[in-house]
Write a protein that binds this ligand. Structure first.
Ligand SMILES: [Zn+2]
Length: 333
């Protein structure tokens, strides 16, 4: 008599976790990590998040309204390495669902109205090309025109090599954008998140009135390997981390992601000063300064920006262009 026995083979290994921490390698459920704002529940490692997730975390619910989503990069140099530049851009767009490495718009943070610009490292390494410069510029102009604070979340690998020197020009353009905000007397808060390097850290990201970073974020102009190869010296412990930058006085604070929204909200409230008589006097003084020397500075900055804009950024036919923004600014008292 033959007997058939069915044996079920069970894998003795535990099921693969949904999420593994890149730092401590512990596994966790994705829902738990999401609930913890994508910070590792075990070691506190702050993972990189998309611009969309950042906006969800930072802006009040339903308050974010995107501006200038149709500004597109052109290919002014006809750049091709292993792949043509337009193809790389299209791939990045398909991968991230974004048009460019920065998302800009108006929002409220803890009830404080502001202009919010958020960079996404997932889009070609958050590199700063002509469109990133242009959208940051427009954000600054809008903040100045409407007397709103500017909040920028900066994450970048630096310049966009496919745009060559035009990418480097964005350092000057975005620095001028900060000038426009300064001259208008509106606050600028920058949040540096991992990694923030190269041309972005060397321009607008570190020119803010308040400059804060997330724990463990890598912040530097040149990478440790490049410096080590050049100097042939060992680098100090904690080189380029947010904590080290705070020690050296480059930052005002290192703020865990969980506290970020409250902290930025507090900064905006403190810098805006509420609607007191002093505040109203300050507004009037700003109005006067805008029409004086400050206006000349801002006009100069705008002329440089226009130079960087004209030939290299596309898509103005689909979206409000710079002339509209400029006229909006002139109408503000
Ligand atoms: Zn961890």
């Amino acid at each position: 008599m033959s007997v058939t026995v069915e044996i079920e083979r069970r894998d003795s290994r535990p099921a693969k976790p949904e999420w593994i921490c890149p730092s401590c390698k512990d596994g966790a459920r994705l829902a738990d990590v999401r609930g913890n704002l994508f910070v590792c529940p075990y070691c506190g490692f702050h993972t990189r998040i998309t611009a969309g997730e950042r906006i969800r975390q930072l802006a009040d619910p339903e308050s974010f309204s995107e501006l200038w989503p149709f500004v597109r990069t052109l290919d002014p140099l006809g750049f091709t390495d292993l792949e043509a530049y337009p193809d790389r851009v299209r791939e990045a767009q398909a991968k991230t669902g974004l048009a460019e490495a920065i998302v800009t718009g108006s929002a409220t943070i803890e009830g404080n109205a502001c202009v919010l610009a958020v960079m996404d490292f997932g889009f070609l390494g958050g590199s700063m090309g002509s469109v990133v410069g242009e959208k940051l510029w427009r954000s600054a102009e809008l903040a100045a025109a409407q007397d709103l604070p500017l909040v920028a979340v900066c994450s970048s690998g630096g310049a966009r090599m496919q745009e060559g020197v035009l990418s480097l020009m964005q350092m000057a353009k975005t620095s001028c954008a900060v000038d426009v905000v300064n001259e208008a007397g509106t606050p600028f808060v920058a949040v540096l998140v991992d990694p923030c390097t190269g041309g972005v850290v060397a321009s607008f990201a570190t020119l803010a009135d308040i400059c804060i970073a997330e724990p463990g974020a890598k912040l530097y102009f040149s990478g440790p390997r490049v410096i080590q190869q050049t100097t042939r010296e060992a680098l100090p412990e904690g080189f380029s981390t947010a904590e080290r930058n705070l020690e050296l006085g480059h930052l005002d604070a290192v703020v865990p992601r969980k506290e970020l929204k409250t902290k930025v909200g507090n900064y905006l409230r403190l810098l805006e000063g509420g609607d007191t008589p002093e505040r109203r006097d300050t507004r009037r003084a700003r109005g006067r300064s805008k029409r004086g020397l400050a206006q000349a500075t801002a006009d100069g900055a705008r002329a440089i920006a226009a130079l960087a804009w004209r030939s290299f950024v596309g898509g103005s036919g689909e979206a409000p262009g710079p002339p509209e923004e400029a006229s909006a600014r002139e109408e503000t008292p």
